[in-house]
Write a new protein. Structure first.
Length: 294
């Protein structure tokens, strides 16, 4: 073998080794496919929707509690609210089917972005994987926000900013436009777990962690993605005054007491707060129940 041929062979081997090493450094799995939600976790909150006044297990502050107490479900009948999409921190909580695919550079074949189309409100999320820098804090906010992603082992970690104001729980509890979201997508065969951590300096005193599970759907019909492709707002309640917004003045909402009464819970326990997230709160609930029985 000539020296030239030997040199070329060694060079090719080095390049192959570098390629293998690089592949190991960014080890990842494909998340592409159509995914259907499993409603076996937090069912009452995610299916029919949470009950009014149920703030249990959420690290909300006084401002969030006052907002929810003043909120009326009739707001959803107003034309301005009927086509309002769920935001990124909440959109996977309801009945959900989404399609995930990769966009690749045609030359290098490196993934530049991951796209997610969600049938609920026909929302598309773009996760930039090419190191794109988030825009200014003054940039417009959207329902799904601005997303950047990276791989940590086999977990896709997504950071979301620039999110519009939306739900923390769909009974009036809000998150603010200052909220940020960290999501982890973890695949186990045909199962996908999405873990999200929301931080909100306006309405939360601690991070709020939720998770949802999905199963790979191998037989998807187009109708699955057609239910929210268009939304037509209508006047559902006639003869309302122009500009009317359904609401409760502070201290006048009696509906928020029904949840505690139905499940025989101390009313104070249903008011939420960070302490209600932890097992130790059961001891305080017992004390509250004993005090209310006297």
């Amino acid at each position: 073998m000539s020296n030239k041929a030997r040199t070329v062979g060694v060079s090719v081997l080095v390049l192959l080794m570098l390629g293998v090493g690089r592949g190991l450094a960014v080890a990842q799995v494909s998340l592409a496919g159509d995914w259907s939600t499993l409603m076996h976790e937090d069912g009452p909150e995610r299916g029919p929707g949470p009950e009014l006044g149920d703030y249990l297990g959420l690290p909300i502050n006084l401002a969030a509690r006052l907002y929810a107490d003043s909120w009326s479900p009739s707001r959803l009948t107003e034309p301005e609210q009927q086509c309002r999409a769920h935001t990124a921190p909440y959109i996977h909580r309801g009945p959900d089917q989404f399609r995930l695919w990769e966009e690749k550079d045609p030359t290098s074949q490196e993934v530049t972005a991951i796209k997610i189309f969600i049938n609920t409100f026909a929302q598309t999320q773009t996760i930039y994987m090419n190191g794109r820098v988030p825009p200014s804090s003054l940039a417009p906010h959207t329902w799904q926000g601005f997303k950047t992603g990276k791989w940590e082992g086999n977990q896709l970690v997504v950071t979301t900013t620039h999110i519009k104001q939306g739900w923390t729980r769909r009974n009036g509890l809000p998150h603010s436009s200052e909220a940020t979201l960290i999501e982890r997508y973890v695949r186990h065969g045909n199962m996908l777990t999405v873990i999200n951590v929301m931080r909100d300096p306006v309405y939360l005193t601690e991070s709020l962690i939720k998770s949802e599970n999905f199963v790979l759907n191998m037989n998807v019909q187009p109708v699955v993605y057609q239910n929210w492709l268009s939304c037509q707002p209508d006047e559902e309640i006639a003869n309302r005054p122009v500009g009317y917004v359904a609401h409760h003045l502070p201290g006048t909402n009696t509906d928020i007491q029904e949840f505690a009464a139905r499940y025989h819970l101390p009313f104070d326990a249903t008011r939420g707060g960070a302490e209600t997230m932890y097992p130790e709160y059961l001891q305080k609930m017992a004390t509250l129940r004993s005090a209310s029985a006297k």
